[in-house]
Design a protein around this ligand. Structure first.
Ligand code: DX5
Ligand code: ZN
Length: 218
């Protein structure tokens, strides 16, 4: 299997120096930049949106992985594409018409992901798999960095992998894990089938980003 990708979450970065932080994680070996967008409605926190991402875009070559924790994301897909997102992940719980939104994202020319809260079964994706480039298994309740990995979510990673295998899509859809990923939980996620690890605290909470990213790869 390919080496696991590491996507540091800028949520735990210095918001007054996001450009510098992006450069630092790129130099430290990050594969993607994970951009947590929160609206204060779907989740009880507010971060940043398309204008900030648009300003970051010319500062970095990293793949921009936008994790939208917002209700009615269909209203903003065009803005995030224009801002420079390479992948747009929406929450299944935040979409009345998930199938339509995924089609909209792909039609806009970027990759489409679906995130699942801890309580949401993997099976909700059974009938949209052909529209999905990434499945995001949340291992915390979204909204904040620095929370504890929820053990009960771990089996969902292998369930996602099995579902993809049954559909003949294994290796063609990324399985991303987000929340409480650290050098202890990361190898367990990878063993279960994770192909992309998101980490906020475990990267930006450390002095040496390169060492922190290497430690996640195990
Ligand atoms: C949580 C966000 C995560 C967050 C993870 O709502 O989606 O991306 O930054 O932070 P850690 O890695 O500290 O759990
Ligand atoms: Zn995230």
């Amino acid at each position: 299997p390919a080496r696991v990708k590491v996507a540091p979450s800028l949520l735990s970065a210095d918001f007054a120096d996001l450009g510098g932080e992006l450069a630092a994680i790129a130099a430290a070996g990050a594969d993607w930049a994970h951009l947590d967008v929160m609206d204060g409605h779907f989740v009880p926190n507010i971060t940043f949106g398309p204008p900030v991402i648009a300003k970051l875009r010319p500062r970095s070559q990293l793949f921009f992985d936008a994790h939208l924790m917002i209700r009615q994301p269909e209203r903003y897909v065009g803005d995030f594409v224009k801002a420079g997102a390479d992948l747009i992940t929406v929450h299944a719980e935040a979409c009345d018409h998930l199938h339509r939104v995924l089609g909209q994202i792909r039609e806009a020319g970027v990759k489409a992901g679906v995130a699942l809260n801890p309580h949401t079964p993997v099976g909700v994706l059974a009938h949209v798999l052909d529209l999905v480039d990434l499945i995001l298994i949340m291992t915390v309740n979204p909204g904040f960095g620095g929370q504890r990995f929820i053990e009960a979510c771990l089996p969902k990673i292998s369930e996602a992998r099995e579902m993809l295998a049954r559909a003949g899509l294994e290796g063609r859809v990324e399985i991303q894990v987000d929340g409480g990923v650290d050098p202890v939980t990361a190898p367990r996620c990878v063993a279960a089938g994770a192909t992309v690890l998101v980490a906020g605290t475990a990267v930006f909470g450390k002095g040496d980003y390169a060492q922190a990213i290497a430690a996640l790869r195990g």
